[in-house]
Design a protein around this ligand. Sequence first.
Ligand code: NAP
Length: 272
Amino acid sequence: MQTRIAVLGAAGRMGRATIAALAGQDDCRLVAAIVRRVDDGRLALDAAAGIFGTRAGVVAEQLPDAVEADVLIDFSGAGGFDEALRTCRERGIALVSGSTGLSEGQLAAARAASAAIPVLWSSNFSLGVALLRRLVATAAAALGPEFEAEIMEIHHRDKVDAPSGTALSLGRDIAQARGQDFDAVARFARQGSAGPRPAGEIGFAVARAADVVGEHTVLFAAAGERLELTHRATHRDLFARGAVQAARWLAGRSPGWYALADVLEPVAPTPP
Ligand SMILES: NC(=O)c1ccc[n+]([C@@H]2O[C@H](COP(=O)([O-])OP(=O)(O)OC[C@H]3O[C@@H](n4cnc5c(N)ncnc54)[C@H](OP(=O)(O)O)[C@@H]3O)[C@@H](O)[C@H]2O)c1
């Protein structure tokens, strides 16, 4: 049976990449491309390529009542996320979301919704990054806070949020592995008389330039040695393919809060 997928933020870069990724899948079907404005000029390119014309049930500003979907893939960003969550709750649809820059309140709402619907939110749909997070947590637990942790990321000039959602996730992974309170040890900027580095701090450095898809390095440093774990994304299609893989995996599952790592290695959902 085909998994019926709606895409929110379909006119955006990731939305269009997701629709392109769906085009090659026999076991998935795009039932709706949800956009902010149906007359969005960016859709013309995709229509010309036949993507919307041949694959989408509808192009609409909201998921029509008549359209049934198993999973909504959301790449609308923080501004569209609430609508994605509301649509999924009201319609009983599983949510796969890659929107970043979400507030604590938005994440809390998503966790609460996961009592009623399956939710898989990930700030990075790269399977390589899912593995990086596992490696970083292992390294942080093994090395302890004596190894000073710094997270460096670079993305394209149009990225809205900083640090990246992935960098924040990596920082939280380190804090959790060391038994630290992330908010108490995260250091987002150093300027002027920043002073000596406090023990246990987790530092972030952000760069924005040109068309860089996304790179993350986690540095663990102690006197006389450094360990660096790096992931480089060279094409955004990989995130779209990961989101489609996640949607296929999530369809029909029990309500719960899932992570991309669960797609690699199925486990019971973590409590909301
Ligand atoms: N998790 C991952 O692996 C991953 C990878 C890459 C990017 N991202 C994240 O995915 C999000 C989108 O990135 P992008 O580069 O594709 O951005 P983008 O090109 O700006 O696309 C976002 C699209 O969503 C639309 N939108 C916003 N609110 C909407 C709403 N309420 N209803 C319908 N459409 C709405 C926007 O329309 P307007 O232009 O009219 O506002 C735009 O077309 C960002 O949060 C980004 O950080 C995640």
